[in-house]
Design a protein around this ligand. Structure first.
Ligand code: C5P
Length: 382
């Protein structure tokens, strides 16, 4: 971590979230004794700076070495990738453009930056590329360079993963079971009862969990999404099918995330033939479906259990009641009265509550980013 990085997040938090030691000082006797800057420079197969400030980028272009980061880069032969993030006017400045050209000539890969709204309110090129996009570039390099040490570490932390995992997070090697999408409760061969749910939130959680090095099983109701690479998918229709699939996969799993919009009731009887519309009114008797989330939480040997609560009013109060009644470890609540968020949207806004009465608000963000924050919160509470 550079000095600038430490203004945003402390080394202690970085260490807790990543599950790895954090290096940040050049002249620290203890750190140097454990793994000196030259050793670090030799150890790395690939070096990624994300986000890289205008200052770091320019120092590397010039070959300056006045902190740990710039010094170890100078002392390393590792492949270097830089994902810049800065104000759009700074990025457009000819001094920075010249430095970027210099870096590219030295075979250093520049990832992004992307166009969009910036922290300062400006709009333009300067936003750091999406983390998953950066991870994908690093991983394709891992395959390309055949970097054995990283590939080896990936295999150990996430067995069975086809090169999409990322080692070294608190979730690496953990087994995570996720339910997603709606369930369909048949009335007859043609009709069914269901809930609104695109499955996007559950699929985003699965995608990020795999990238974090976890082994992920996704039990999904019918959705029009493709399962993320590296995820083991079980497709189901009804709540009963979903419960059966969960029972089959829940043993030995470390985390269970109930993200599905499970139908609360199913018709008592499913008509074998299509029901004819002879009457002006008709009634269907419904019976309560088993609550899958509560069932998992009630098991003697249970994983860390995370639920969702889609509420249209009293969001926090109802979510807290669910957390307690269903004996959950964590609940992610969202307000469905905001029609631009939730269900079919690419975006979401979540309030996370844990059983110790702590709450974390995740402001509006893409579901991928929300998923990353939820998984970070899980790894901190595990
Ligand atoms: O009680 P409510 O349906 O609002 O709770 C929502 C949470 O419970 C979600 O995490 C959902 O996946 C889970 N759930 C379940 N099985 C049900 C109903 C809800 O797992 N039958």
């Amino acid at each position: 971590m550079s000095e600038a990085a430490k203004n945003f997040i402390t080394p202690m938090t970085m260490q807790a979230v990543s599950g790895n030691p954090v290096h940040h000082q050049l002249f620290d006797c203890q750190a140097e004794a454990a793994m000196g800057h030259i050793e670090l420079a030799k150890w790395a197969d690939i070096i990624l700076i994300a986000p890289a400030t205008a200052n770091s980028l320019s120092k590397i272009a010039l070959g300056l070495a006045d902190d740990l980061l710039s010094t170890l880069i100078l002392a390393s032969t590792a492949k270097l990738l830089i994902a810049p993030a800065m104000n759009q006017q700074m990025w457009a400045n000819s001094a920075i453009m010249n430095n970027v050209e210099q870096l590219k000539k030295r075979n250093i890969t520049i990832i992004g930056p992307e166009q969009g709204e910036q922290a300062c309110g400006d709009i333009g090129f300067g936003r750091m590329s999406e983390p998953l996009q950066i991870v994908e570039q690093v991983l394709s390099l891992v395959n390309e360079l055949g970097v054995s040490s990283i590939a080896e570490r990936l295999k150990q932390t996430a067995p069975g993963l086809s090169g999409t995992g990322l080692s070294g997070t608190g979730l690496a090697g953990k087994s995570i079971l996720i339910t997603a999408g709606p369930t369909l409760e048949a009335i007859d061969p043609v009709r069914f009862i269901s809930n609104h749910s695109s499955g996007k939130m559950g699929y985003a959680l699965a995608q990020v969990a795999v990238a974090a090095g976890a082994r992920v099983t996704l039990v999904s109701g019918p959705v029009s999404l493709k399962a993320p690479q590296g995820v083991s998918l079980t497709s189901v229709m009804s709540a009963k099918d979903m419960l059966d699939a969960v029972k089959q996969h829940v043993d030995n799993c470390d985390v269970f995330i109930g993200c599905a919009a499970v139908a609360d009731y199913a018709p008592c009887e499913v008509a074998k033939q299509k029901i004819k519309k002879n009457d002006e009114e008709m009634q269907i008797s419904l019976k309560r479906n088993t609550d899958i989330l509560a069932w998992v939480a009630a098991q003697a040997s249970r994983p860390f259990v995370v639920g969702f609560a889609a509420e249209s009013q009293n969001v926090k109060e109802f979510a807290r009641k669910k957390l307690i009644n269903k004996k959950l470890d964590l609940i992610c609540a969202n307000d469905i009265s905001q029609s631009s968020l939730g269900f079919n949207s690419e975006y979401n806004e979540i309030l996370i509550l844990n059983k110790n009465n702590q709450e974390t608000k995740l402001p509006v963000a893409s579901k991928i980013n929300i998923a990353a924050s939820i998984l970070t919160e899980i790894s901190l509470n595990l």
